[in-house]
Design a binder for this molecule. Structure first.
Ligand code: SAH
Length: 236
């Protein structure tokens, strides 16, 4: 390469770098605004959850054509008829689990991998299961690329949990089931919490918090109405 061409090459590279940095800074600004207005002002208090929501780059988990909408407080399509959940709901469910750095969490419904990433910033290990193979593979690659080394994922029907790593300190289900799967209750540690939307698909469901006390007694609380994509049983 001639000297002149080399100079132009370096200049172009430099401009690109500046452009990427500017875009990153913009997303950081948008993320901060979202967290202030739709997370903190709406009542989320756990500092670990707030910090995680300020850190995870949601724009990396949505299709390129929707990056502009990454910091709206909205669920967005991620392909195969599935969605990345609304940021406020991600924060609420994470807060309800009451987890910290010692905990191991099971997620059913990897989807884009965003909820798994939000959890991975807070806890020791995240195990996540997705029933739609191409979606699960894409999320796994994305999480690896973004450097999340404490997330393990697999393709399968999450109804049966992940026996090999059970019991879990917390379980989060991000698809709406018509009942709470008994294998998941079994795989929850004593003193653990599970968050799951329960109700009929395509209608409003109820976000439930299940607590298993130290004696193994179960209590279930209704939190708020939500709308999630359906919990299915067929591996695709
Ligand atoms: N947590 C995701 C949102 C997921 S949407 C995110 O942060 O992006 C719900 C996901 O649950 C969908 O990808 C759907 O395919 C998956 N799903 C539905 N039924 C399932 C099952 N039985 N086991 C595992 N995943 C399931």
């Amino acid at each position: 390469m001639g000297k002149k061409k080399y100079r132009i090459f370096v200049l172009v590279l430099f401009c690109l770098l500046i452009l990427f940095q500017a875009a990153g800074a913009d997303y950081r600004k948008e993320r901060k605004r979202l967290v202030e207005i739709h997370i903190i002002r709406e009542g989320i208090e756990d500092p670990l959850v707030i910090e995680s929501m300020l850190t995870v780059p949601r724009e990396e988990f949505v299709p390129d054509s929707l990056k502009k909408k990454a910091y709206l407080n909205q669920a967005l399509p991620v392909g195969y008829g599935q969605t990345i959940s609304q940021p406020y709901i991600v924060a609420l469910m994470t807060e309800l689990l009451g987890v910290d750095g010692d905990d191991t969490v099971l997620e059913i419904g990897t989807g884009s991998g965003y909820q798994a990433a939000v959890l991975a910033q807070i806890v020791k290990e995240v195990y996540t299961i997705e029933i739609i193979k191409p979606l699960g593979i894409k999320a796994e690659k994305r999480l690896k690329r973004l450097g999340y080394s404490n997330i393990s994922s697999k393709i399968g029907d999450g109804y049966f949990g992940w026996e090999a790593y059970a019991p879990f300190d917390a379980i989060i289900v991000t698809a709406a089931a018509d009942h709470i799967p008994p294998p998941l209750i079994k795989q929850l540690k004593k003193g653990g919490k599970m968050c799951i939307p329960v109700g009929q698909p395509y209608f409003t469901q109820v976000l439930k918090l299940l607590e298993k006390d130290e004696q193994g007694k179960i209590r279930i609380y209704d939190i708020i109405p939500v709308i999630f994509v359906p919990f299915t049983r067929k591996i695709q």
